[in-house]
Design a protein around this ligand. Structure first.
Ligand SMILES: Nc1ncnc2c1ncn2[C@@H]1O[C@H](COP(=O)(O)OP(=O)(O)OP(=O)(O)O)[C@@H](O)[C@H]1O
Ligand SMILES: [Mg+2]
Length: 501
C-alpha cells in the first residue's frame, strides 16, 4: 500500500502537502535556513520539494547535496516518487544525476565525499542549494558552496536550505551557526562589511534561521510506521536524546562523552568540568601546553595543578580568527612574544616557575630555526611532549571521568572558551577505533593531551551523575515543543500544495 494513500483518497489531486512544521520551514524568507535537528521530522521530503519551487523559470538551477553517493540515492528515489507526477514532462538524466524541466530549469544531485571535491562545483552557479544532513559537511565545504549560490538569470530567488541531525563531523559548527546562535524560529542577521575599491565600506546583511522539527511533527510517518517511534525510543541514551528530541548536547560518536558543562554547578564543582575561576594558590604547580598552527589555530593552555593532582585549565591563548578552525596566521615570533607577555603580566602566572610541554614536531629543524628555537629566543621554554595518541586520549578520559561524588581530575575555567567550544564537538574516527577524527577542530585537544601525558594519572572508572539513569519513559515526558503560533501567519512565501498539472 502506498504510504500516502490516505492523502490521495481525500484529495486525489494533491501529490504532496507540507505538514505544519514543513510549511513553517518552507515559508521562511531568510537567506539560509536549517530544518530539523532530530530524526524523522520530514526533512528530506521538505528539501526535495523546496527545490522545485522555481522550476518554471527557464534558467533556474538547483543543487541538492549529500555527502556520499549511497546516501544520495535515497534522495534521488524520493525525487522519482514526486517529480514525475507533478511535472510529467520532466526528464531525469542518470549520468549527470540531473532533472531537466520543460522550460530548461535543472535540479542537480551532487556529493562531496572529500573536501577536495569542492572543485567539481568551481565556476558553477546555483540559485538554490540544499544540504541534506549538513553535519556531515565541514564549514569549509559549506562556505565554498555558499559562494556558488548565485543567480543564473534575472528573477530567481537565491537561497540555501539545509537539514541536520545532531552528530557528525560538522556537529560543532552547525550547532554554533544555527542552534545556539539564537533561539529557534528567530532570525539571525549577520552584518557583513564589504570594503569597496574606493575605500568605502558597504554594509551587507545575511540572514539565517533554525526551524526545529522532530518525528512528533511528522504525523504521516507516525501513522504509517508507529514502530519508528519505538525504534528511536529504544536507542542508547545519547543517541535517543539526539535523534528523538533533537538534543544537540549529547550524541553518539562524541569523543569525550564524559564532558559536562553545567552552570548550576560552576560553584560547587560537581558533575561539571566547567567551573568559575578562582585565585590560584601560590603552592599550585603551573604548566603550559602548546600546539603550533598557522593556517589552522595554534593553541596555548595554562594549567594549575593542586596537591591532589587535580588540573585546572586556568587560561588559554587560542589563535583562531573567529571562524571555526581558521588560524590567525601569526608568525611564531609573535605567538611566543604574546605568551611571554601573558606570563609576565597575568597575576596567576607572574613570577611562577612554568613547565612547558609542546608538540614534539616544533623541535624539528627544516633547514632553518625550529619553532622551539624561536620560542627559546622569546624565553618561552618547552620540553617535547609525548605524542602517543591513544595513551594520551586515555589520560584525558581518566581525568575527565567523575568519581562517585561527581569530582573529576580536570576542570576548565569558564573563561577558556576555545576549549569549551571545540573539545566537546570532537568525534570518533570511523576507521581507527579509540582515536578521534582529525578533521575536527582538535588543536586544543592535542595540546591538552601533551599536558596530560606530562602529568599522567592512574586509570579511573567513570561514574554517572545521580538521577541520570537512562529511563525511556521519563524522557518521553520531557519533550519540549516550542510555541509556534503566529509564524505561519507572518510567512511571506507560503507554500501551496503541489498538485497534478
Ligand atoms: N508532507 C508529507 N507528505 C507525505 N509524506 C511525508 C511528508 N513529509 C514526510 N513524509 C514521509 O515521512 C517519512 C519521513 O520523512 P523524511 O524522510 O523526509 O524524514 P527525515 O526527517 O529526512 O528523516 P531522517 O532523519 O531519517 O533523514 C517519509 O516516508 C516521507 O515520505
Ligand atoms: Mg532524511
Amino acid at each position: 500500500m502506498n504510504k500516502n494513500e490516505h492523502l490521495f483518497s481525500v484529495e486525489p489531486n494533491v501529490i504532496w502537502r507540507p505538514q505544519k512544521k514543513q510549511a513553517m520551514f518552507m515559508a521562511r524568507g531568510e537567506d539560509e535556513a536549517l530544518y530539523g535537528g532530530a530524526a524523522g521530522g520530514g526533512k528530506s521530503d521538505a528539501l526535495i520539494i523546496e527545490a522545485t519551487r522555481q522550476v518554471h523559470l527557464p534558467h533556474y538551477k538547483a543543487l541538492i547535496l549529500r555527502r556520499t553517493a549511497p546516501q544520495l540515492s535515497e534522495l534521488i528515489e524520493k525525487s522519482h516518487r514526486y517529480y514525475p507526477r507533478a511535472f510529467p514532462e520532466a526528464r531525469y538524466l542518470a549520468s549527470s544525476r540531473t532533472w531537466r524541466f520543460p522550460g530548461g530549469a535543472k535540479i542537480v544531485f551532487g556529493t562531496m565525499q572529500h573536501t577536495a571535491d569542492k572543485t567539481n562545483y568551481q565556476g558553477q552557479a546555483y540559485d538554490f542549494i540544499a544540504f541534506d544532513e549538513l553535519t556531515h559537511f565541514t564549514k569549509e565545504e559549506y562556505d565554498y558552496l555558499r559562494s556558488r549560490n548565485r543567480p543564473n538569470g534575472p528573477g530567481t530567488r537565491c537561497y540555501i536550505r539545509a537539514t541536520a541531525n545532531p552528530g557528525g563531523i560538522g556537529h560543532g559548527w552547525v550547532k554554533d551557526r544555527f542552534i545556539t546562535a539564537a533561539p529557534p524560529m528567530t532570525t539571525i542577521r549577520e552584518r557583513i562589511p564589504i570594503e569597496c575599491p574606493d575605500g568605502r565600506v558597504r554594509e551587507e546583511y545575511r540572514s539565517r534561521i533554525f526551524v526545529p522539527s522532530t518525528v512528533f511533527d511528522n504525523d504521516i510517518l507516525l501513522q504509517n510506521d508507529p514502530g519508528y517511534l519505538t525504534r528511536l525510543g529504544s536507542l542508547p541514551e545519547a543517541e535517543r536524546r539526539a535523534l528523538l528530541y533533537g538534543d544537540w548536547d549529547s550524541y553518539t560518536g562524541q569523543f569525550f562523552s564524559e564532558w559536562r558543562d553545567d552552570p548550576a554547578h560552576y560553584a560547587d564543582r560537581r558533575w561539571t568540568h566547567v567551573i568559575d575561576p578562582f585565585e590560584i594558590p601560590e603552592s599550585f604547580h603551573i604548566y603550559r601546553s602548546f600546539d603550533w598552527g598557522y593556517n589552522r589555530p595554534f593553541s596555548c593552555g595554562w594549567w594549575a595543578v593542586d596537591h591532589e593532582g587535580v588540573a585546572y585549565r586556568i587560561l588559554e591563548l587560542y589563535g583562531c580568527t573567529g571562524t571555526p578552525n581558521e588560524g590567525v596566521r601569526w608568525t611564531a615570533q609573535r605567538v611566543f612574544e604574546e605568551i611571554r607577555k601573558t606570563e609576565q603580566e597575568h597575576r596567576w602566572l607572574k613570577g611562577k616557575h612554568i613547565r612547558g610541554v609542546a608538540d614534539p614536531a616544533i623541535f624539528a629543524h627544516d633547514g632553518g630555526e625550529s619553532i622551539a628555537d624561536t620560542a627559546m629566543r622569546a624565553r618561552v621554554y618547552f620540553s617535547p611532549g609525548d605524542n602517543q595518541r591513544l595513551p594520551g586520549w586515555m589520560q584525558m578520559h581518566y581525568r575527565l571521568s567523575f568519581d562517585e561524588e561527581g569530582y573529576p581530575m580536570m576542570y576548565v575555567f569558564k573563561n577558556c572558551r576555545g576549549f569549551i567550544r571545540t573539545v566537546p564537538t570532537l568525534i570518533y574516527d570511523e576507521r581507527r577505533a579509540e582515536d578521534l577524527d582529525t578533521e575536527g577542530e582538535d588543536h586544543i585537544a592535542d595540546e591538552t593531551r601533551y599536558f596530560c601525558m606530562a602529568r599522567p594519572i592512574a586509570p579511573r572508572e567513570a561514574k554517572r551523575p545521580d538521577g541520570r539513569a537512562p529511563d525511556a519513559l521519563s524522557l518521553f515526558l520531557d519533550v519540549r515543543r516550542e510555541d509556534v503560533s503566529g509564524y505561519a501567519a507572518r510567512a511571506k512565501t507560503e507554500f501551496s500544495p503541489i498538485t497534478k498539472t
